[in-house]
Design a protein around this ligand. Structure first.
Ligand code: FRU
Length: 446
């Protein structure tokens, strides 16, 4: 089969990760290995739609300049190589991924188990002969059993897997191994209490520590909208808690969304050599209109974000390496309202406002506007329902990253809003407030 070809580059991101052509969804296997950050991703190279899953692969020395490497995993004995993670062990790079098997014509059910693949050079991977290393659990879990996230405490290996109880609640299952090849089930680390409130299936778990606190990230399916919350087709959020005697202790009702935009899912993290916890997500949502499909590709990843916990909540900010791609300053002024045109969509816009603020981006057929007044953000985007985000703030400190088909809006101490944003031609920005706003804009280029 031939890889699908790009027919137009109008929506291709300049400084975000995308497959060189074909389909991309979840980021997988985020890891720092022998001088490079590696990012793998769910990938179908033969068409711009989801298909039998491969692992695409890019690497970077600085989280900014990405080099595309050969496809790391292709399904052969499996029907799909679903999401998973990576770890360095014994000088080698290990991938643990979900081997997905489709429903068969003879009526046998679909199922999922976990496999290993190993590489010496971080480029060529060999599937382990003894796969699967983790078989589906026997008790209280449906056929949904996927997206292993592996880590080590220096002595043993641990792995959490996304699952679903027999009564359709999401759960995360914890496994342990002393040698990475032999795994035993330890316990259920966390469960959705009520399927409609916390999800029917938890995909893509991640579990890590920041400043002595434990964070469990999950991508639940099946949460019903609740007021202004959970407006996406699936959600991506987290719990913050403590680990006591191997148990994750967390307030059961404390699930919070990581990002309040329309296009954010399946976030995963890695630990950088300098101790920063870096998060990358799929900058899309299932079942949307992906305009770039017309051009031979679909899907991109978020700009990498540094995450911290402040006042018990996860905060995300663009990685500081962003400074490397800031070119000339396009705007630097203080004014109560403005209107500007940028010939390239690759810009960073910063606003510092003392009170209410409204801004709007327009590009061809696309329009995205955000206003903040009386403790509420109002988000409007062409073709989508209005969205309200209640968030009390004294002043506004906003950082916006625009690329060829995305806009990510980081509000300091406030929500992060991630959006695919299409259109062609010039990017227009308008804003206004009742007081002067400090606005600064850089052109971004690799
Ligand atoms: C999440 C997900 C994962 C699965 C993968 C398949 O978006 O559904 O649970 O492993 O995508 O591509």
């Amino acid at each position: 089969m031939q890889e699908i070809k790009l027919t137009d580059v109008r929506y291709r991101p300049k400084y975000h990760i995308a497959a060189k052509s074909g389909w991309l969804n979840d980021p997988n296997g985020l890891v720092y290995f022998k001088g490079y950050y590696h990012v793998f991703f769910q990938h179908y190279p033969y068409d711009a739609v989801w298909g039998p899953m491969h692992w695409g692969h890019v690497r970077s020395k600085d989280l900014i300049h990405w080099e595309t490497l050969p496809i790391a995993l292709a399904p052969d004995q499996e029907d799909g190589c679903f999401s998973g993670s990576a770890i360095e062990y014994d000088g080698k790079l290990f991938l643990i991924y979900t081997a997905h098997y489709n429903l068969k014509e003879d009526g046998s059910k679909s199922y999922q188990e976990q496999n290993l693949a190993v590489s010496e050079d971080g480029i060529n991977f060999t599937k382990y002969q003894g796969n699967p290393v983790i078989k589906p659990p026997l008790a209280n879990n449906t056929e949904n059993f996927r997206d292993p996230k592996i880590w080590s405490d220096g002595q043993d290996f641990y792995c959490i897997i996304g699952g679903q109880t027999l009564d359709n609640r999401g759960q995360v299952l914890l496994y342990k191994s002393h040698d990475i090849y032999h795994w035993t089930f330890e316990k259920v680390l966390a469960t959705s209490k009520v399927s409609t409130v916390q999800g029917t299936m938890w995909e893509c778990p991640d579990y890590f520590e920041i400043n002595g606190q434990k964070v469990l990230v999950v991508s639940p399916q099946g949460i019903e909208p609740d007021g202004e919350f959970y407006q996406n087709h699936h959600e991506n959020g987290y719990f913050v808690g403590q680990e006591k005697e191997g148990n994750f202790i967390y307030p059961q009702n404390s699930f919070r969304e990581l990002d309040r935009g329309h296009d954010f899912y399946a976030a995963q993290t890695l630990l950088a050599p300098d101790g920063r916890r870096i998060l990358i997500a799929w900058l899309d949502m299932w079942e949307q209109k992906y305009h770039e499909q017309a051009d031979g590709w679909a899907g991109m990843l978020s700009f990498p974000r540094e995450i911290t916990i402040e006042d018990g909540a996860v905060r995300m900010r663009p990685i500081r390496e962003l400074g490397k791609i800031r070119r000339e300053t396009l705007l630097n002024e203080s004014t109560a309202q403005g209107q500007y045109t940028f010939s390239s969509p690759c810009v960073e816009v910063q606003f510092k406002a003392m009170q209410d603020l409204a801004f709007e981006f327009t590009r061809g057929f696309e329009k995205l506007s955000i206003s903040y007044q009386n403790g509420k953000f109002l988000l409007e985007k062409t073709g989508y329902k209005q969205r309200k985000i209640t968030w009390k703030m004294e002043t506004l400190d906003v950082q916006i990253l625009s690329d060829a088909s995305s806009i990510e809006i980081f509000i300091e101490n406030g929500p992060v809003i991630s959006e695919r944003f299409y259109g062609e031609g010039d990017l227009e920005l308008k804003f206004q407030s009742t007081k002067d706003v400090a606005v600064k804009t850089y052109r971004l280029e690799l």
